[in-house]
Ligand binder design. Structure first.
Ligand SMILES: CC(C)(COP(=O)(O)OP(=O)(O)OC[C@H]1O[C@@H](n2cnc3c(N)ncnc32)[C@H](O)[C@@H]1OP(=O)(O)O)[C@@H](O)C(=O)NCCC(=O)NCCS
Length: 154
């Protein structure tokens, strides 16, 4: 286990509106086409499951998941770039799957760019399989990029 996962000052808690500025700063560092702060606020206001991973009072990762009858949808999963590759993404995704289970979810869905090899590696080791493609779903530097739709039964 990486040292960071053993750090007693690492913890997960529900995201609050006061976190959105820090979350959006990580989002801008991590993605070429980031969500705006307003999107995170909307997610909180509609009651999506939004979690932050805190280390020494700083947001180092977060996840956003919608939960409906029987199915959940992971809408965002992100680790601060300087913290990537140390197991935080796996820990957070595992936690979100537990939250989904607690809501009696049968199937968890998510979308991922085919170019995002790291994320696809993570999802496949946690039991996600491709169930479809959304054509031209994401903005890209040149035009649009498809989304792979992945799903996992719980
Ligand atoms: C995708 C992301 C959430 C993964 O989180 P992470 O903390 O970096 O990943 P972890 O350290 O938990 O590693 C989990 C798995 O990802 C894959 N992975 C991680 N780093 C990798 C790398 N550099 N190269 C290839 N695969 C890698 C491996 O399958 C790894 O499993 P392993 O440790 O058993 O080999 C993170 O890289 C991220 O936030 N990326 C930017 C935002 C993003 O793309 N989010 C996903 C949108 S769908």
């Amino acid at each position: 286990m990486s040292a960071i996962l053993k750090d007693p000052l690492l913890h997960l808690r529900p995201m609050q509106e006061a976190d959105v500025e820090a979350v959006a700063a990580v989002e801008t560092e991590a993605y070429e086409f980031p969500w705006s702060p307003g999107i995170f606020l909307d997610c909180l206001r509609v009651g999506y499951c939004c979690w932050v991973c805190i280390l020494r009072r700083e947001v180092v990762a977060y996840g956003v998941m919608s939960v409906a009858v029987g199915e959940s949808h992971i809408l965002n999963l992100c680790v601060r770039p300087d913290m990537q590759g140390q197991g935080l993404g796996r820990k957070l995704l595992g936690y979100l799957l537990g939250v989904a289970r607690g809501h009696h979810t049968d199937t968890v869905f998510l979308e991922v760019r085919p170019s995002n090899r790291v994320a696809i590696g993570l999802y496949s080791t946690l039991g996600f399989n491709q169930v479809g493609v959304r054509r031209a779903y994401y903005p890209a530097r040149r035009g649009r990029e498809d989304a792979l739709i992945l799903a996992r039964s719980l």
